[in-house]
Design a protein around this ligand. Sequence first.
Ligand code: G3P
Ligand code: CA
Length: 273
Amino acid sequence: MTSKGPPPPPATPSPPATPATPVRARPQVIAHRGFSAEAPENTLAAFRRAMVVGVDAVELDVHLSADGEPVVIHDPLLERTTDGRGLVGAETAEALRLLDAGRWFGEGFAGERIPTLAEALHFLRPIRVIVEVKNGPVRYAGIAGAVAAVIAASGHRAVVVSSFDHELLPQIRAAVPGIETAVLYVARPIDSVRLAQEAGAGILQPHWAFLTPDVVAAAHQAGLRVEPWVVDEPDHLAHVVAMTPDGVMTSYPDRLRAVLAKLGYPLPPAVTS
Ligand code: G3P
Ligand code: CA
């Protein structure tokens, strides 16, 4: 007689397929000086291209004109990216507006201007903006107050102010309550968390080559975000993304998007201003 044992247990359902998208948040795609690999840096053309390709944020640089207007340009001197000469800070905003800031990059960009910060924030109102305040080697009396006033008047609700001059950051926070600030640096400090906390900043922005996973972990443990710069090569982008930062600044947002797509992340949508 054959014994009929207990009925077999129901078949274990097979595990679900690996989801196409990871659960944890992806790093933000931050276009460095706009999509500066494809258009003249820090111009509306570079900002437009960044939004069209699809980014979470744009980083830009600010100096002060002779009459106290924050203007968007990287160098303290006009020669490299405009047809002007001499110091940005020696010219009025009206004189700066007459310069060509696009032809150096390509004839097709002739006529691009140096935007004021107010114009840039208006143009970039659909997305987050990181405003880097330049204050060295040329130092500008009153730049923190001037930048804060423009940001406050803009009504833009997603502005971050960063600087290598960390002393400016508490001044910005005092003038624009609730604004986010970021410490920029090229180093691997003994205590990165303390570096940010001493400046009252919520974001670490290290040069990517000095970033290590323990710094990211310590920052996250302390409630800080980490946004390294400027990562342009595909191998470097993959290396940095693997450290799980909160954002990555790149002059090639298309390359960062490709790295993130390969990892199965959803990508930031294109935005038309
Ligand atoms: O804000 C990050 C990075 O832009 C700082 O260096 O020289 O490109 O302004 P730089
Ligand atoms: Ca910058």
